[in-house]
Design a protein around this ligand. Structure first.
Ligand SMILES: [Zn+2]
Length: 64
């Protein structure tokens, strides 16, 4: 439980969770936060998860 996206827990992710976020297209960032878009599970970055939760990033989500 807890802190699944920090510290030792990051070892379980490929490249320690770093990669390209499919929403903001930034590279080399932590994209491990799973979000469900129309039944499609996508690992996105923290900022995009917060934005999606606030009803933003609609164009990027639609383009997935
Ligand atoms: Zn992002």
């Amino acid at each position: 439980m807890s802190k699944a996206h920090r510290g030792v827990g990051m070892k379980e992710f490929a490249n320690k969770g770093r990669g390209t976020c499919p929403l903001c297209k930034r590279t080399g960032i932590k994209a491990v936060y799973e979000q469900d878009f129309d039944g499609k599970k996508v690992a996105i970055c923290k900022q995009c998860k917060a934005a999606a939760g606030n009803g933003k990033m609609k164009e990027a989500i639609a383009a997935l």
